[in-house]
Design a protein around this ligand. Structure first.
Ligand code: CA
Length: 227
């Protein structure tokens, strides 16, 4: 999950970035509305955590602009306490949820998880590919009912691959959705993380498609007649 945190207060902004990165999100920052709109025009964010009161372009306008495109990100608006009319304005502008400041960090991560569950309606919450399962709510990963331990980054990588199971996912796509803008695009970090993840979930589950990327599959699935 790639997130953009838009907040003009530097301490809060970097605290959010660090905290969310520890939760396994790939997090970029924007200090004002103009920067937010500009970043969101280059990167397809999954979620934008957006402060309402920003210098220059305010949160409502940023929300309108980032939502007014194909495949828009989800928007979680941060509003000042008691600003009920702001909240309504924010939701009118297309925000998917809002959180009143000051908020508890655990509350923020709970809202983010709820939002991403809402994003995939009709889908069972537990991701399952063969005997491998991942629970986005509890973050548990199991093989044959046996829990396995992953780092935050490995978990994010597996989460993305499982959501796209059966499809070849390119290194560029993984860099865009699982890593933040601090990563060197020429790095071998994707290859390295796929390698460590493979050792934990079983090599046969993550296939390398030469020149294209990686595909998560069920090694026990019977190939269909249609291929
Ligand atoms: Ca602010």
């Amino acid at each position: 999950m790639r997130l953009l945190v838009v907040e003009d207060e530097p301490d809060l902004r970097s605290a959010l970035r660090r905290g969310l990165a520890r939760e396994g999100y790939a997090v970029d920052e924007a200090a004002d509305g103009i920067e937010a709109v500009s970043r969101a025009s280059f990167v397809r964010y999954d979620i934008v955590v957006l402060d309402l009161n920003l210098p220059g372009l305010d949160g409502v306008e940023v929300c309108r602009q980032v939502r007014d495109r194909e495949d828009p990100p989800l928007v979680l608006m941060l509003t000042a306490r008691d600003a009920i009319e702001n909240r309504i304005e924010g939701l009118d502008a297309g925000a998917d949820d809002y959180l009143v400041k000051p908020f508890d960090f655990g509350e923020l991560t709970a809202r983010l998880r709820a939002l991403t569950r809402r994003e995939t309606p009709g889908r069972v919450e537990l991701l399952q590919v063969g005997t491998l399962s991942l629970d986005p709510a509890t973050r548990d990963v199991e093989i044959d009912g046996e829990q396995i331990e992953l780092t935050a980054k490995e978990w994010s990588l597996l989460n993305y691959l499982m959501r796209n199971a059966g499809r070849v996912v390119s290194q560029e796509e993984l860099l865009e959705h699982v890593w933040d803008d601090q990563v060197d695009p020429f790095t071998n970090t994707v290859r390295v993380q796929v390698g460590t993840l493979r050792r934990k979930v079983g090599r046969e589950r993550i296939e390398t498609v030469i020149g294209a990327g990686y595909r998560l599959r069920d090694p026990d699935a019977v190939p269909s007649a249609s291929g």
